[in-house]
Design a protein around this ligand. Structure first.
Ligand SMILES: [Zn+2]
Ligand SMILES: [Zn+2]
Length: 116
């Protein structure tokens, strides 16, 4: 499932970091070349899962964190297509949902909140 969590990158486990990053590239590919790309992007936007106005900035944050963890990153991302889901991402919901789905992210989130 495509989802831009847009949470602090430190709380993402390695899998979710790689996953959210890959979804950015997939989403741009879908919008640009899938025959139903527009409808697919609208569907993600309606659920509050994507915000194309944040794609480039969020991708840059994910890429920086990947490099910090010594993961390979050599995939620049540029997007200047139509806007889907501007302002739609619900960070409060994501802050609850991600730790619910993933023990590793939950442990990181607990550590992160203690260090603030
Ligand atoms: Zn990339
Ligand atoms: Zn995780």
């Amino acid at each position: 499932m495509t989802r831009m969590w847009c949470l602090p990158t430190e709380i993402l486990c390695d899998d979710h970091l790689r996953g959210e990053h890959a979804e950015h590239h997939q989403l741009v590919g879908t919008i640009q070349s899938h025959p139903h790309g527009e409808a697919i992007a609208e569907g993600h936007a309606e659920k509050g899962n994507i915000d194309t106005t944040r794609l480039e900035e969020r991708h840059a944050r994910l890429a920086t964190e990947m490099e910090r963890r010594d993961m390979n990153h050599d995939s620049p991302l540029a997007y200047d297509g139509p806007t889907y889901g501007a302002g739609a991402i619900d960070l409060e919901m994501n802050r609850t949902d991600l730790p619910d789905r993933c023990e590793d992210c939950a442990a990181r989130a607990r550590k992160h909140s203690r260090s603030q």
